[in-house]
Design a protein around this ligand. Structure first.
Ligand code: PMV
Length: 322
């Protein structure tokens, strides 16, 4: 009747940008990510009451974010054959909607807490598919360490699963923690509808994913890094060809990419990526992470993340989110 789950954001090395099905949230191509061990969403779902409620970081949530959560609960209830309302209480360490994947940790935690509270016993694959319905990238935050999201062709075949990759660190640089101007969802639609390069995006992403999977399996950090930066640049180049142009990167983001290139020139292997916002995330080998963080600290607050756990239930089963 009550469950608490914890989930972390994930940052993609091969990005997801574009849906082939808006309702099922099926992506046009697969993607690959690392789940972080820092920053968490902690969500408690308690069944009962007269109607659904959603409290985020201590405040009653309204509008779009609340209705997304309530629609998600409807989906869980239809799987469980239940009509009981629920209270959702969530606490998020990361700034919401700032391009730091708060929707991924949010819906991964909600999928696990809600499915458990309603008595569903989902397999890892089913949990990943359920999280995907809240926010596409959330399906990857149910997976430990590194995840491949198979694009699939329908609800059953579109899910994330674990892939081995060499140990590495992500150095997250918060250049601007404010909410982004255009959501990923709207940005993807605009790209689909107006970019002349969109048709090439899906096949080129699938090719990049194949190369990335091979590099992960070979334990080739250099190749992983090169492909990561290449694919991030391609995604941002694509968004800049929409009408009107969608520019997520700020001047400081480019300066951070320059600093990462300078590190490489100085013999420190670091590579950059960025989601739909100005924040830059570098990857490096574990031993180089402090040096990379020091180099990026002039552009914003930085922290170092290691590969982390996919969504999990709070150990004591009580620990309600504050
Ligand atoms: O899951 P969404 O709708 O928040 O989209 C995430 C899109 C990117 O973060 C830009 C890329 C990715 O693969 O995470």
């Amino acid at each position: 009747m009550r469950a608490t789950a914890i989930a972390h954001p994930n940052i993609a090395l091969i990005k997801y940008w574009g849906k082939r099905d808006e309702d099922l949230i099926l992506p046009v191509a697969g993607s690959l990510s690392m789940t972080l061990d820092t920053v968490a969403t902690r969500t408690t779902v308690t069944l009962g009451g007269e109607r659904d409620t959603f409290t985020l970081n201590g405040e009653a949530a309204q509008g779009g974010s609340a209705s997304k959560v309530f629609r998600f609960l409807d989906r869980v209830r239809s799987l469980a054959g239940s009509h009981t309302p629920a209270a959702v209480v969530s606490h998020n360490d990361a700034p919401t909607a700032a391009g730091l994947a708060s929707s991924a940790s949010g819906f991964a935690a909600l999928a696990l807490a809600a499915s458990t509270a309603y008595g569903l016993e989902l397999t890892p694959r089913e949990l990943s598919r359920l999280a995907r319905r809240g926010s596409g990238s959330a399906c990857r935050s149910t997976v430990d360490r590194f995840a491949v999201w198979h694009a699939g062709t329908d609800d059953e075949t579109s899910y994330a699963e674990q892939i081995d990759a060499p140990d590495m660190r992500m150095i997250v640089c918060e250049i601007n923690a404010g909410p982004k101007a255009v959501s990923s969802r709207d940005g993807m639609l605009l790209t689909r509808d107006t970019s002349p390069f969109y048709t090439e995006w899906a096949p080129s992403t699938e090719r990049a994913l194949e190369r990335m999977i091979a590099a992960c399996q070979a334990g080739d950090f250099t190749r992983i890094g090169e492909l990561t930066e290449l694919h991030a640049m391609r995604m941002h180049a694509l968004t800049m060809t929409t009408e009107p142009p969608l520019r997520y990167l700020a001047p400081a983001s480019f300066a951070a990419f320059d600093a990462i290139a300078k590190l490489r020139a100085d013999g420190v292997e670091a590579y950059g990526t960025a989601d739909a916002g100005p924040n830059v995330v570098a990857i490096s080998r574990p031993a180089d992470a402090e040096r990379v963080a020091a180099a990026l600290s002039e552009f914003g607050k930085t922290h170092i993340a290691a590969p982390g756990r996919g969504a999990y239930l709070a150990a004591d089963g009580s620990g309600e989110a504050a």
